[in-house]
Design a protein around this ligand. Sequence first.
Ligand code: ATP
Ligand code: MG
Ligand code: MG
Length: 388
Amino acid sequence: MDKTVGILGGGQLGRMLAESASLLNIDVVILDSGDYTPAKQIVVPRTAEKAHIDGSFTDPAKIRELAKKVDVLTVEIEHVDVGVLEEIESSVPLGIHPSPSTIRIVQDKFLQKQHLKASGVPVSEFLPVERTVESIQSAIDKLGLPLMLKSRTLAYDGRGNFVIHDPSQIDQALIALKDRPLYAEKWVPFINEIAVMVVRDTKGETTSYPAVETVHKENVCHLVFAPLRSRDPAVPHRAKQVAEAAVKTFQGAGIFGVEMFLMQDGSIYVNEIAPRPHNSGHYTIEGCETSQYENHLRAILSLPLGSTALKVPSTAMLNVLGASSNHQEIFDFTNFAVTVPGTTIHLYGKAECRKGRKMGHVTVVAQNDAELRSRLRPLLERIPGGSS
Ligand code: ATP
Ligand code: MG
Ligand code: MG
């Protein structure tokens, strides 16, 4: 395909996007700091003009330089300089997807929640707060304890979250979330976390992948099970409807990850939306007829979207996080994982291993849930850092 896609960000999502692009002969130019980021490692430019750019995805000059080289711009992370994207939007031949207006809303979690609420998407209660003890105490008075205090910006892997169980922790919370604008969310006593990947084409039509269950450990996605098994058979379909309705409130094409909370009574709240490929959609590479990455490329290049159907009955994705700075622990695990039938290993090529850092993932496919569990169990027993 004679098209060039520019990606802001060169981490694992950019790497998997580039893997998909290579199958379609789509050229990819990556903007990130360093010459050997996970995505840059696997893309050798076809011509000198398509060389990657060394710089930050928050640097306006570098973003402009990237825009001049490509047909379409996309992001693997929402924490980019959106002002410059708005300025150059009309100069990029096939545009910027997701739209800068979407990125602007999503990158501020408080604006995102306000937008979703105003659009009629179900979200739990939340309030703006100032960085003062009085303001946070007033949020506790209105929303109760525990209170989820969140950073409005630059949040990922729960690093902008602080759970206040007692008002005496307010000072500690302000220190932990220093220099960040904040807002407060009512605590949601969900029974499960679920997610749906939604893909939207350039005409605004949406289609979605099966609902999945996401299991978090210390705020970080640990496991994903696809499809979602629920006692109420109507839940997966409703989750898809909620997710597609939420994505329709935003502008621009591409893939979106919609994180949701499932309540005991079957109701669903949207937690947050990522306007890009998402960890809860990694399973689509081996589990679905078209992966989230390929469908993202198809969507932003105005190609027909591929089927989002599962092609295996039961799938799980297990994140491989660093347990320490020791890469060997990761290799010991993957040396075992290669012996487990139905397991595909994805390592991201990160130079440094750190505790809690996403170093890779494995996807396990099976003919039924019992087979999936038997394949997953020995992997969970050996995962660096433990599974509980
Ligand atoms: P991500 O890496 O998914 O972008 P994040 O840093 O943006 O993470 P959130 O998704 O807001 O953080 O929260 C992380 C986790 O914290 C959620 O997956 C959920 O387990 C828990 N959580 C978030 N909000 C609430 C809430 N209001 N009540 C209870 N638990 C919550
Ligand atoms: Mg987030
Ligand atoms: Mg999240």
